[in-house]
Write a protein that binds this ligand. Structure first.
Ligand code: TRP
Length: 346
């Protein structure tokens, strides 16, 4: 039996190189050896973008196009939409009774996001880590590949799983986080690559846009002339070489920079070329899928059907453990539709 992985993203726009290094690359690698589910977390979009709900549908499409473009294989991976999987909502409700308010308010990622938004806290926002725990536990996932900012949520998930198991008997696995290395690929300003910081190189950026962005990237600030000796460790572009290039080229770039034998302009031009070569096949695949919107819909529908099946079987166990299956009322004979929609595959 393959181990189960659950991971995913909020549909808020196109993906960038930071996503690639932090998670997509991992997913493509893991898809062969694990039962992999990728959640498109549309509920979570509502925590921040309640007045832009009109954009979510296109963002879901963009997200899936990016997944397919980088080589996520829909024959191996189930890509699904969070709001279309009812078991997630029901488990969220049960789990919300297992977490107290001070615990939720202590979550460092929630605190950080709250500070950024500057708004009054909503009930739904404070609870989204509980919803995320439902996402993970509904699949009885073994592993959750995430960036560092999500580790707090996996920790919360583990606590909820333990609380539930203690109260009702063992239903849920205790999942482990698998932390991605997004740090390897900072944004062009040296900060974490992110849409909101406007420092990202997108998987769908054209060669001209890539060239322009790379030419603006932060390099060693003490280096003024091309033949000044440079400090690769203070340079964003060198981080990119370390990610994209082989050992030999990395060493050679490092040497030439430190000896003032290669200027930043040349070095950046080369890196833009490397990134464009990397993006070319990805963009080719993306444009192939862009021409087939029905195929993309089909992939999402099939992934969602699989997610519904899988989570219904876990939900059935949770209901039973809680004595909330109400077998005498909603049994095969007596209950008709209502009892069986969510328990049929147990
Ligand atoms: N919170 C994640 C993000 O911001 C998205 C997400 C929702 C997720 N549910 C998840 C990630 C479950 C991993 C596992 O991108």
């Amino acid at each position: 039996m393959k181990k189960v992985i659950l991971t995913g993203d909020r549909p808020t726009g196109k993906l960038h190189l930071g996503h690639y290094a932090g998670s997509l690359e991992n997913r493509v690698r893991l898809q062969n050896d694990y039962e992999l589910y990728v959640i498109i977390a549309d509920f979570q979009v509502l925590t921040e973008h309640l007045n832009e709900t009109k954009l979510v549908e296109q963002s879901i499409r963009d997200l899936v196009l990016d997944y397919l473009a980088v080589g996520i294989d829909p024959g191996k991976v189930s890509i699904f939409v969070q709001s279309r999987v009812p078991a997630l909502t029901e488990l969220h409700m049960y789990f919300s009774m297992l977490v107290n308010l001070p615990r939720l308010k202590r979550n460092p990622t929630v605190k950080e996001e709250l500070k950024k938004s500057g708004k009054e806290l909503t009930y739904g926002f404070l609870g989204y880590p509980i919803s995320q725990a439902a996402d993970i536990l509904a699949f009885n996932a073994d592993l959750v590949p995430v960036g560092e900012d999500q580790v707090a949520h996996v920790e919360q998930t583990r606590e909820i799983a333990r609380s539930f198991n203690n109260l009702f008997g063992k239903v849920f696995n205790i999942p482990e986080p698998l932390i991605g290395k997004a740090k390897r690929l900072p944004g062009i300003d040296g900060d974490k690559m992110s849409k909101s910081r406007d420092n990202a190189v997108y998987l769908s950026d054209s060669p001209e846009v890539v060239k322009k962005k790379i030419s603006k990237a932060f390099t060693d600030p003490k280096r003024i002339r091309a033949n000044d000796p440079g400090n690769p460790k203070d340079c964003v572009i060198f981080q990119y070489y370390k990610y994209f290039s082989k050992e030999g080229e990395i060493k050679s770039i490092e040497n030439k920079c430190m000896k003032g034998q290669m200027g930043c302009v040349e070095c950046k031009g080369r890196m833009a070329g490397i990134i464009n070569d990397f993006l070319l096949p990805i963009q080719k695949r993306r444009s192939e899928f862009e021409k087939k919107p029905e195929l993309v819909s089909q992939i999402i529908i099939e992934g969602t059907v699989k997610a519904v099946e899988k989570t219904n079987s876990v939900l059935a166990k949770a209901r039973k453990a809680m004595y909330y299956d109400y077998a005498s009322i909603f049994s095969e004979k007596g209950g008709g539709e209502h009892g069986n929609t969510n328990t049929s595959s147990s």
